[in-house]
Design a protein around this ligand. Structure first.
Ligand code: WQD
Length: 331
């Protein structure tokens, strides 16, 4: 199928594009390069030996988006593009609401105008709020602790209402848990512009000596070792989940957790990284980070069953592939 991928040069988007190309799809990538680099596109094409049509367009630019839809015959959309730094979203909420919500609406408006009825949306486990684990797709959502999370929850609700009003509009909401890792080639990986937010980039910075110590946010959570527990999923497994969602899309709205179903603490991840890569990760315990929840991991039975998809790579592969990419960056 001819798939339009927004945010396709980003961390998750680029890995998903490689999986989509390898599954035989043709891609049109739309990205404003706000949080990604154009050389990623060349790497995606080199890895798959496939051409990609690319537009550097901001999705809030309705005219530019409409023009793309008027030129190409599009069979489906995968919408990754969005600002995703939790802390930043608290500081500049209007930027987050405007960018993330308007982008989604502009995109859906074009889909309906040009009869594009397959829509896969990059959502997040954040929408569950501080719920009881394991998080299940059918559970009631609780308020998230930040505007970023609210933009994901709102986008889900917008897509659900649009699907209700347009019965042929088929939506797959994919709730990611904690994506980490990198393509095994070492060519693609997480390259955040600006301030880091997530754990794994800080782990690699500490391992490389770029920072003296990794700050572990809290050691008094009610968990196996007092540190936060998350469901880390390899980005290539996440990518495979998108191929499966596209292949199994059906009328109405389907919601799927994309995780491993396994929780890993910060300390367990640090030790796995050290063991797998034979390198020390210096760290220190500091206060909890405001807004963090203690434990978050998925019930993945629905995606396993309905998408015939299961995450295959373990925490050691996540650490190994991350480190390989980081070392390639230095070269
Ligand atoms: C993981 C664990 C921290 C940094 C967020 C978003 C979510 C998704 C993934 C976009 C927690 C601890 C972290 C550090 C630490 N993003 N930590 N020291 O907060 O679970 O989820 O990113 O889709 O939507 O909410 O991810 O990687 O920031 O934190 O101790 O320097 O690592 O306390 O327990 P999080 P994270």
């Amino acid at each position: 199928m001819n798939i339009l991928v927004t945010g396709g040069t980003g961390y998750i988007g680029s890995h998903a594009c490689v999986a989509l190309l390898e599954a035989g799809h043709d891609l049109i990538v739309v990205d404003n390069l706000y949080n990604s680099k154009i050389d990623t596109l060349e790497k995606m094409m080199r890895l798959t030996n496939k051409e990609i049509t690319f537009y550097q367009v901001d999705l809030t630019n309705e005219l530019a988006v409409d023009k793309i839809f008027s030129i190409h015959s599009i069979d489906g959309v995968i919408h990754f593009a969005g600002m995703k730094a939790v802390g930043e979203s608290v500081e500049v909420p209007l930027t987050y609401y405007y960018n993330n919500i308007v982008s989604t609406m502009v995109l859906v408006k074009a889909c309906l105008k040009y009869n594009v009825y397959r829509f896969v949306f990059s959502s997040s486990a954040t929408v569950y709020g501080d719920n009881t684990v394991p998080f299940v797709e059918t559970m009631d959502l609780l308020p998230t602790t930040n505007p970023y999370g609210e933009t994901k929850a709102m986008s889900e609700r917008i897509l659900i209402d649009i699907a209700k009003a347009n019965p042929t509009f088929s939506v797959s909401l994919l709730r990611y848990f904690n994506p980490v890792g990198a393509h095994e080639s070492g060519l693609l990986g997480e390259r955040p512009n600006g301030t880091l937010n997530n754990l794994m980039p800080y782990v690699t910075q500490a391992a490389k000596g770029v920072i003296k110590k990794l700050k572990v946010f809290g050691s008094d959570y009610p968990t196996v070792d007092g540190t936060g527990v998350r469901d880390y999923i390899h980005v290539m497994d996440l990518a495979g989940g998108h191929v499966a969602a596209l292949n199994n899309i059906k009328k109405g709205v389907q919601i799927y957790n994309l995780g491993t179903g396994k929780g890993t603490s910060v300390l367990e991840l640090i030790h796995a990284f050290e063991k797998e890569n034979g390198i020390e990760v210096p760290f220190e315990f500091v206060n909890r980070r405001p807004g963090d929840i203690a434990i978050c991991y998925a019930d993945v039975s629905k995606a396993n069953k309905e998408l015939n998809w299961t995450a295959k790579r373990d925490i050691f592969a996540m650490c190994r592939d991350t480190w390989r990419f980081e070392q390639n960056l230095v070269k």
